[in-house]
Design a protein around this ligand. Structure first.
Ligand SMILES: [Zn+2]
Length: 296
């Protein structure tokens, strides 16, 4: 079991802790498939809702909050039935807008894993206004069920009445819906090919500044982020933050980054290059490779 779970496993009911210890091995980064969740519920005699609420301390243990030292965990349950944990991330010494909230981490985890819808969000504290707005960008966002400890489950529409969302700006394919944007780039570099794949799946209906980031560590592992824009602009999630959040879930130290690529559309109304460099330089002494590509 990874060291970061030692403290939280002791807080869980013993039957659940016994089942989880073998799952929290070195490869664990917060994903469990639907069958694993069903098996855990059966072995612990818990309902699925009880189980997911009980596992929040595991999600919170994925956090890196050097500023607030406040650990928030969230679990997103995808349309496939798989679950995706997420946690808050703060960049030490940097402006607070670089932070990632637990719900954003969990939802981006599900998106990067190919989910096309989120049905439930389980979180250990009432979602902040920023996260309510972020979730409202998702497909069928108003119907997402929000589960909190000791509170009745309510849809997002309960927490965000009179919402402003993508439909108000005439966007018919909201975040997580299937869409693919084509860009012209020939490259034999696997990292750039990977970045291009994520670029094509990024979500930027308001600025058309489609963008993706790939980070490579010294051992050759890669961590990706896609831009996820928001109708209210500020709750947008930048691809660098999404990639750093993926690294944090995998328990990787940012000092291990040895290459960083930002790829973005040449036709966007904005560029993320400045914001991406700021976040990268806050965590690693690596120069950003910046590639602009033309839409097809
Ligand atoms: Zn939040």
């Amino acid at each position: 079991m990874q060291d970061r779970f030692v403290h939280c496993i002791a807080q869980l009911p013993q039957p659940l802790a016994d089942q989880l210890v073998p799952l929290l091995n070195q490869d664990f980064a917060g994903h469990m498939d639907a069958q694993q969740v069903a098996d855990l519920a059966q072995a612990t005699q818990m309902s699925q809702d009880e189980l997911l609420l009980a596992m929040l301390p595991i999600a919170a243990a994925l956090a890196k909050p050097p500023i607030s030292e406040f650990y928030v965990g969230a679990i997103a349950k995808g349309a496939s039935g798989d679950i995706y944990m997420g946690a808050n991330l703060e960049l030490d010494g940097e402006a607070l807008f670089h932070s990632v909230h637990a719900e954003q981490s969990a939802i981006s985890h599900a998106w990067l894993s190919g989910e096309t819808g989120i049905e439930d969000i389980i979180v250990n504290a009432s979602p902040c206004g920023h996260c309510r707005q972020f979730m409202n960008e998702l497909v069928e966002g108003q119907a997402i069920r929000i589960h909190l400890p000791e509170q009745a489950t309510q849809p997002l529409s309960h927490y965000l009445p009179y919402a402003f969302g993508p439909a108000d700006l005439n966007i018919k394919t909201p975040l997580l819906s299937k869409q693919q944007h084509e860009f012209a780039l020939e490259s034999a570099d696997p990292m750039i090919i990977e970045a291009l794949d994520h670029l094509s799946l990024s979500y930027a209906p308001y600025s058309e500044g489609y963008a993706a980031v790939v980070l490579e560590t010294r051992d050759g592992a890669t961590f990706c982020g896609r831009y996820a824009e928001n109708a209210a602009f500020n709750p947008s999630m930048l691809p660098m933050q999404m990639a750093l959040s993926a690294m944090a879930r995998h328990n990787r130290d940012f000092s291990e980054i040895n290459r960083a690529v930002l790829i973005e559309s040449s036709q966007g109304k904005i560029s993320l290059v400045g914001a991406t460099m700021d976040a990268l330089h806050a965590v690693a002494a690596v120069e950003l490779e910046h590639i602009m590509v033309d839409p097809v």
